[in-house]
Design a binder for this molecule. Structure first.
Ligand SMILES: [Mn+2]
Length: 357
């Protein structure tokens, strides 16, 4: 009797291995189909085809499993196959590591973002006047830093809040960039302004609220100028990566990703800094990743610990807002650093053991 049982069990073991090899053979075929469909630009999931396959299988089912059980098991196999196709598709993106294993390095007036060293971007939330930006630029330059940010077009939550100086702001940034030999970064909100902005800026920023403004992404992809793309406030990492793909698909591969916090139920901070997004983005893409500590935290007391965490986890740099007199700033006055706080921030950051700037 026990010999019979052993024999039956051996047979089950054999069948398991046969099933395994059949399932994997099927998976390889599904991958081939996925690749063929990708070159044709067809969406991979085909519910009509799936229904036909299930009906066909059930037609030949003579038990002992019921049709519903068979359908359930095959659905799982189908799902796993579809997931394989999705994985392959994701790895095939132009921004993916699979497509390009080496880091993309973006040279901004000699600052090589993505070279493995930390790079710091500072500047006021909004460009308010030449004097205001020049004061910050002077402090940035005095620290041996090269990158200056400032908003000329400000997409604000309320239409009654300060909307920025527009083209006038870009002109101020250009002038200051030239005078102080700094690379200037500013947000553009309309596809029509992208071409004009190229003449004034070293980096075009696409803000969180425009991360899925596909016409803007396409316009930014059509120029030969680095783009800093911020993560949308409710965007998944996958959506963020696809937004970058929109830019690169148009031919512009000079993209810097920026994690700036996402909206969660937590109210202690303005947004929730998704710190693990940094290593995930670094693994999945070849693009440099910055962390905006100002907008992710919305709290001055958290700027330094957040910046340390960002650099410790592998960010290519940190972005923070500095204003000569935050109390009278026209936007984000609760979280911008004044010049003294900026000094302390830099001193502390440079003295932390894991950061060499
Ligand atoms: Mn701001």
């Amino acid at each position: 009797m026990s010999k019979d049982l052993d024999q039956l069990r051996n047979r089950v073991d054999e069948l398991n291995l046969q099933l395994l090899s059949l399932i994997n053979e099927r998976a390889r075929l599904v991958q081939e189909i996925g690749k063929a469909k990708e070159t044709q630009g067809v969406y991979r999931y085909d519910p009509v085809r799936e229904r036909k396959m299930l009906d066909h299988i059930k037609e030949y089912n003579d038990g002992p499993f019921e049709n519903s059980t068979i359908e359930h098991m095959f659905k799982e196999i189908f799902k796993a196959g579809l997931e394989l196709q999705e994985d392959d598709h994701r790895k095939a993106l132009l921004v993916s590591r699979k497509k390009k294993p080496e880091n993309t390095i973006i040279n901004l007036k000699g600052e090589k973002i993505g070279d493995g060293k930390p790079h710091l971007v500072f500047g006021p939330c909004a460009v308010e006047s030449y004097e205001q930006v020049a004061t910050v630029a002077d402090a940035v330059k005095a620290k041996g830093l090269k990158l200056l940010r400032g908003g000329a077009f400000k997409p604000r939550t309320s239409p009654y809040d300060f909307q920025g100086l527009g083209l006038e702001g870009l002109k101020i940034l250009k002038q200051i960039g030239d005078e102080f030999d700094l690379a200037v970064i500013s947000e553009i909100v309309s596809p029509a302004d992208i071409e004009i902005a190229v003449d004034y800026l070293d980096v075009i920023q696409i803000g969180a609220r425009n991360m899925q403004n596909f016409e803007l992404l396409k316009a930014a992809g059509a120029i030969n100028k680095p783009v800093l793309l911020k993560r949308g406030l409710a965007a998944t990492i996958e959506e963020f990566i696809n937004a970058a793909e929109y830019i690169m698909a148009q031919g512009n591969g000079q993209i810097i990703l920026c994690e700036r916090g996402i909206r969660t139920y937590e109210r202690a901070t303005r947004n929730t800094l998704d710190i693990t997004a940094v290593p995930i983005l670094k693994q999945e893409t070849h693009l440099p990743v910055l962390v905006d500590v100002t907008h992710s935290t919305g709290r001055r007391d958290l700027l330094l610990p957040a910046a340390k965490a960002a650099l410790a986890i592998g960010a290519d740099g940190v972005m923070a807002e500095v204003h000569p007199d935050p109390a009278v700033a026209l936007s984000d006055n609760a979280q911008q650093m004044n010049l003294k706080q900026f000094d302390e921030f830099m001193k502390e950051l440079q003295s932390s053991s894991f950061v060499t700037i």
